[in-house]
Design a protein around this ligand. Sequence first.
Ligand SMILES: [Zn+2]
Ligand SMILES: [Zn+2]
Ligand SMILES: [Zn+2]
Length: 171
Amino acid sequence: MDMTTPQDVLARAEKLCQQRNVRLTPQRLEVLRLMTLQDSSISAYDLLDLLKASEPQAKPPTVYRALDFLLEQGFVHKVESTNSYVLCHHFDEPMHTSAMFICDRCGSVKEESAEGVEEIMHKLAAGNGFALHHNVIEAHGLCAPCAEVEACRNREICQHDHSVAVKKRGR
Ligand SMILES: [Zn+2]
Ligand SMILES: [Zn+2]
Ligand SMILES: [Zn+2]
């Protein structure tokens, strides 16, 4: 599937909804459209602020209902560890397990398909008689540009923005 532009993503989603006989209401479509514009994950409240531009009446339940639908259809994923949402980049494969690589400095989220990992998880689950429904794999660290900035030892002369702090994760 070629989902390079937001338009591609929306067209694809509309087609899938037609095939599945579910309603992609204008509101759901607008929330999905807003998500296609994000480079990183976004919280429901930030999404609400964006939605208010076109729907001043929107309330938190409006966003949560739309997100529930989009999650159900596999168009977006929830990033549990940061309590936010991110667009899925291969929602043609609704059963895929993805690994989320979350940058603790800039907040970008990169989704990778995690085939081998899924097999391991199912094996581990089966060994315990555990009926596995849903895997969430979230990895925290630094994306490539942020890793470069953090490794920089020339803070006086470089062009980096060193004012951004890496989020310390609680233990
Ligand atoms: Zn995905
Ligand atoms: Zn980063
Ligand atoms: Zn630097």
